[in-house]
Design a binder for this molecule. Sequence first.
Ligand code: GAP
Length: 536
Amino acid sequence: MISALMAEPAAVAKMDKIVALCKRRGFIFQSSEIYGGLNGAWDYGPLGVELKRNVKDYWWHCMTQVRDDIVGFDGSILMNRAVWQASGHEATFSDPMVECLLTKKRYRADQVEPQSGTAYYYKGLTTSRPEPVVALPFAVLVPKGKPEASAQKTARQYYVARGYAETEIVSLDLEKTEQIENSTKFNAENGSLLSEPRIFNLMLKTYIGPVQDDSAITYLRPETAQAMFVQFKNVLDVSQKKLPFGIAQIGKAFRNEINPRNFTFRSREFEQMEVEFFVKPGTGPEWLEKWREERLAWYEEVGIPRAKIHVLTVPDKDRAFYSQGTYDLEYDFPFGVQELEGIAHRGNYDLKQHQEHSGKPLEYFDEETKTKYLPEVVEPSAGVDRTVLAILCEAYAEETIKDEESGKEETRVVLRFAPRVAPIKAAVFPLLKNKPELVAVARNIYKALQPLLKVAYADTAAIGRRYRRMDEVGTPFGITVDFETLEGTKEASTSATGTPIAAGQKETVTLRHRDSMKQERITIADLPAYLLTKVS
Ligand code: GAP
């Protein structure tokens, strides 16, 4: 019924391994885990929060620091209900939903997998009660060729769940059977009939203040975008920008998803990174193309290659009603090709709605033409959590290697993060824990690097083990203080920076590269500049 169930076993196994690694090493935990969890909510642990922060920081850097035409913004999560009425969310931000009559589980109607087989329709049941015949229609779909007994088993469960004890049920009253092809009326998980689709608003409702009546209703924002539209005029006035210009925001969004699934992919609480890019009327289509290219290049920079992203031109029938053109950037997740980011040409829909509903002018005054108009908007809207998940999936690799000490073959699990998003950039190791001279130098290097970038220090276990543990969390560089650091190098070499290292030179360390496992020497003095260039 859901795409994870349809994925190949190897892909499911890969996803299971990623989920397990995320928990084991502190990337992502289930929210409220000790109370059985909360469906659709996740907590980022010590490494996950670094990874996520690096993704957000790099997006922020690319949008607001190295461009002249975008300014930053941080709107409130709670807004006046009128915002959601004007934007159309209150009336239309909904999914059609069906409910399994047996389990009461809900599914998005458009995600029900078509089923074929023999449907058994029951009028109701005959019981041993004083009024034996009970009219209570139900239907079950079983694969072709299966006996009625399997349909009866499910139907009995349905009647028992409605208060009839097994011992009271004398018989089930079959009305008819029917051969069914590709029907979406039955639950793929148990064959039970599904309810008719009902519209279900995805916004999470809440009340402001002590009185819980209609006048106090508002919603946890389902997208960050609307605050940027309603503050368009204020931001424009203070930043004195001319079109085209954009507003960028990163923040939490909430959706009461019917069916949260695929780890963090579809959550009820998640973060978005959105730009509302305001352009002159008529130029929306060309900016839509520019943003598609811009965003594809950005994903490449955080470790998701162009080849793994599929650009979907969203067909007219599937586009949001306000959109005049949308590209979905989809990533090839282990559970299927799924949306990472939507880039939409929203026309002037939002500004127009807010201008009409608020009665406040939101037009832009064009100095060149001396005219006023509502700009068009192109919106690249990315999910932080989905980007983090895609980065994790892309980075995860298993290799068979020979252990340097024992010579035995073993599996190396490595997260090949792009260094700029890696939670830990470098780990510092003294070769041996019980040699104070090695430990002292290693601690000094660690302390000197700490203010510059996220580093770790590890001195327990054999050096090979320590490298492996750092590979598993995607640390791109290992720095080992060894006897050559103290006594001088055994032979001349070329440093990682390209400068020569003479035989007998002191104050050098081993620099180990995570992906190639190649080791080379570098002077301690060169380490900060070298690492900073590699991770920026
Ligand atoms: N302002 C436009 C907007 O919100 P959207 O396509 O509904 O558009 C944008 O959402 C992005 O937000 C998606 O591409 C996805 O990355 C992320 N997103 C949406 N719903 C999500 C959910 N339930 N869980 C995690 N991320 C979600």
